[in-house]
Design a protein around this ligand. Structure first.
Ligand code: HDE
Length: 695
């Protein structure tokens, strides 16, 4: 028998755990030791409860106020701590402290999120992912608050509330949650041609990332670097995942949402626990005014990219996430990312979307975190500066809700002559090292206009679609058919089809055909649509960041009573040697008797671990177990989904009846156990036309 834990019996069958050398004394928030955490104070054992019970009242009172308003967008997210390492000095381009010396490390906190769903929604809707990095530099915090897509839906921040209202659940009915496949979203998009490029990305596999570790990240806007001489260089930021880009199939994504709504945050947690630290390279596109002026689009327009083939990405650092937060609320939920938080050497461009964001984020923290002192929360505190200079901040700002600091001295204004040495009231300007804004020449009439250079809404959408692998093009067309089929109002569908004709005639035709609708006339364009050179760097499938590997990936092995112990152990060893993570899955989890008389506990149970949760699937069964499992829906579905989701399937001979029942056809990705580890390193895109109809 296993002893569970020590419980002291009290009155009436209640149980208590008592403080000892390893377990500190429980106290109230004001430090009073608590004698009983199980019972309210009553007038007699069966009497009414007394209002004077401060232990109870404080506990419930705190609980009643535990929630804070969730983020209005990017509410659902997960984060990790880690470090950024500079791998190439940029001292000639920027004075930013973190880029000065090769090998220099800066702590980071990085949060990934979905955009539209609430905090309690799923990890895997079709949605853009936020990719927000807080660098704790020695000269203050720099927040690079980006997405996993390098462009955005709108060109001007004033439209953001409309975009988000249209995307979130509809105002009257309160659904759908975390989904763009509904009337109001597509109504807005159909009337907003500047969204078309972003829509190509949103309908592509980019919005179905397999894990956070398999996403690129982008700063989106053009920023500035400023060097010692005061010279400015334009910069666009890119994060390139070491694990490569990888996405899921739509049907797989939908099933993951049911099987494990926390799929991506669990993956992040488990990767870090295993020591498979997610890692990205930081890349830069650096350019000057002359380059900007030579391009057929405006670099201030966040609906445009600079193709990597035109301006290569220069790798200057890496980010490793190696520590999961100790407390989700204190760190992930209370983290406040603010794009206007930059450090000396980094500045802004006039991108009107970026400029609008510079106001919004501090403002939202005030309603979310409820205090101007949100910079004092441990996760937001400038700990890099604290380490370098002995304090996270120094100024004469005072008071406000939840003031945590106790600043000493009389002087709380500046200039002053009263502050004693070291007192915060004595903090003074640093004309040389302090933050300096790049003194760009700005002049012009006050106007509410969009520059003419922003008028082309379709060339980059066309560039993106035509750069895709044929499989990806089919996914985009099918996603559009799916989303528009959920749109009930015909005029919205027609307007979308009219817009798509400006992107690519074949795309519009495929979508119209998928909806069984006639193509309307193309919508008018504000500028000629250009045929730009395709950019293969934009592909996931057969693109430069598609990695054929098992490193960091999960392999499910379906086993049952009588599974051959030798085959199982050899496969587990081979998976580990290839850097993968093997997970045994069985109809009963506690004990699986193997062929050699031994028994193991399975890692997961068949119903709870459908094959959508793993990257490749092996099946090792005895003849008897295979005979039983052909009549088990979950087992048949396990194999059928693996095949339908284009995964490698490796099986021993006895498992064949199960594969046959699941409709598995022979192809390159279906192997015996010997060939499986090699086969498991990729998906089989060529199988797709055999398993589903795509638009
Ligand atoms: Fe955000 N966005 N955003 N956004 N955004 C917020 O700030 C906003 C935009 C992004 O993990 C909010 O703290 C406006 C682009 C991320 O905590 C809010 C506009 C990009 C996160 C806000 C944009 C982003 C946010 C809500 C139009 C990619 C999550 C909660 C100009 C470059 C950060 C919060 C985290 C969060 C406003 C557009 C990325 C309301 C006005 C473009 C990753 O301030």
């Amino acid at each position: 028998m296993t002893e569970l834990t020590s419980l002291d019996a009290g009155h009436g069958g209640e149980t208590h755990q008592t403080a000892d050398a390893d377990h500190p004394v429980l106290t109230t928030n004001h430090g009073t030791p608590v004698s009983d955490n199980q019972n309210q104070l009553k007038a007699g054992p069966r009497g009414p409860v007394l209002l004077e019970d401060e232990v109870y009242r404080e506990k419930i009172n705190h609980f009643d106020h535990e929630r804070i308003p969730e983020r209005i967008v990017h509410a659902r997210g997960s984060a990790a701590h880690g470090y950024f390492e500079c791998t190439e000095s940029l001292a000639d381009i920027t004075v930013a402290d973190l880029f000065q010396k090769k090998g220099q490390r800066t702590d980071v906190f990085t949060r990934f999120s979905t955009v539209a769903g609430g905090a309690g929604s799923i990890d895997t809707p079709r949605d853009v992912r936020g990719f927000a990095v807080k660098f704790y530099t020695r000269e203050g915090n720099w927040d690079l608050v980006g997405n996993n897509i390098p462009v955005f839906f709108i060109q001007d921040a004033i439209k953001f509330p409309d975009l988000i209202h249209a995307a979130k659940m509809e105002a009257d009915r309160g659904y759908p949650q975390a989904a763009t496949a509904h009337d109001t979203f597509w109504d807005f998009i159909s009337l907003m041609p500047e969204s078309t490029h972003m829509i190509m990305w949103a309908m592509s596999d980019r919005t179905l990332p397999r894990t956070f570790a398999n996403m690129e990240g982008f700063g989106v806007h053009t920023f500035r670097f400023i060097n010692k001489a005061g010279k400015s260089t334009f910069v666009k930021f890119h994060w390139k995942p070491k694990a490569g880009l990888a996405s899921t199939i739509w049907d797989e994504t939908v099933k993951i949402a049911g099987a494990d709504p926390d799929f991506q945050r669990r993956d992040l947690f488990e990767r870090i626990e295993r020591g498979d630290y997610p890692e990205w390279e930081l890349g830069l596109q650096l350019f000057d005014e002359e380059f900007a002026n030579s391009q057929p689009y405006d670099v201030l327009d966040a609906t445009k990219i600079i193709p990597e083939e035109v301006l290569p990405v220069r790798i200057v650092g890496k980010m490793v996430l190696n520590r999961y937060p100790d407390n989700y609320f204190a760190e992930t939920e209370q983290a406040a990312f603010v794009p206007s938080h930059v450090v000396p050497g980094i500045g802004f461009s006039n991108d009107p979307l970026l400029q609008g964001r510079l106001f919004s984020y501090t403002d939202t923290q005030l309603s979310r975190l409820g205090s101007v002192n949100f910079h004092q929360l441990p996760i937001n505190s400038a700990k890099g500066r604290a380490e370098a200079a002995g304090c996270p901040f120094m100024n004469q700002q005072r008071d406000g809700h939840m003031q945590m600091a106790v600043p000493k001295g009389r002087a709380n204004y500046e200039p002053n002559s009263l502050a004693k040495a070291g007192e915060p009231g004595g903090a003074r300007e640093d004309a040389k090292g302090g933050y300096k804004t790049f003194p760009s020449d700005e002049e012009g009439p006050k106007l509410r206009v969009r520059p003419e250079s922003f008028a082309d809404h379709y060339s980059h959408a066309r560039l993106f679609f035509r750069s895709m692998d044929p499989a990806e093009q089919a996914h985009i067309a099918s996603a559009l058919v799916f989303e528009l089929s959920k749109v009930s109002l015909e005029h919205i569908r027609l307007q979308m089809l009219a817009n798509l004709r400006n992107v690519d005639e074949s795309l519009a035709t495929r979508v119209a055909d998928g909806l069984a609708m006639d193509l309307p006339l193309a919508s008018p364009t504000a500028a000629p649509v250009l045929d730009m050179a395709p950019s293969p760097a934009l592909r996931i499938i057969r693109g430069p960041l598609e990695r054929h590997t098992l490193e960091g990936r999960n392999v499910g092995i379906l086993i049952a009573d009588g599974t051959d112990a030798g085959e199982l152990n050899a496969l587990k060893k081979a998976i580990k040697a290839a850097g993968g993570h093997a997970m045994t899955i069985a109809p009963k989890v506690g004990k699986v008797p193997l062929s050699d008389g031994s028994a193991i506990a399975a890692d997961a149970q068949l119903f709870g671990q459908p094959s959508v949760t793993v990257d490749a699937c092996a099946v090792i069964l005895s003849e008897k177990a295979a005979g039983k499992l052909v009549k088990e829906g979950a087992a048949v579905q396990w194999v059928m989904d693996a095949f339908g989701h284009l995964k490698a399937i490796g099986a021993n001979a006895a498992a064949k009846p199960l594969l046959d029942k699941a409709g598995v056809e022979a192809d390159e990705g279906v192997t015996d156990l010997g060939g499986f580890v090699e086969a498991a390193k990729k998906r089989y895109w060529d199988r797709e036309p055999n398993v589903r109809t795509l638009a």
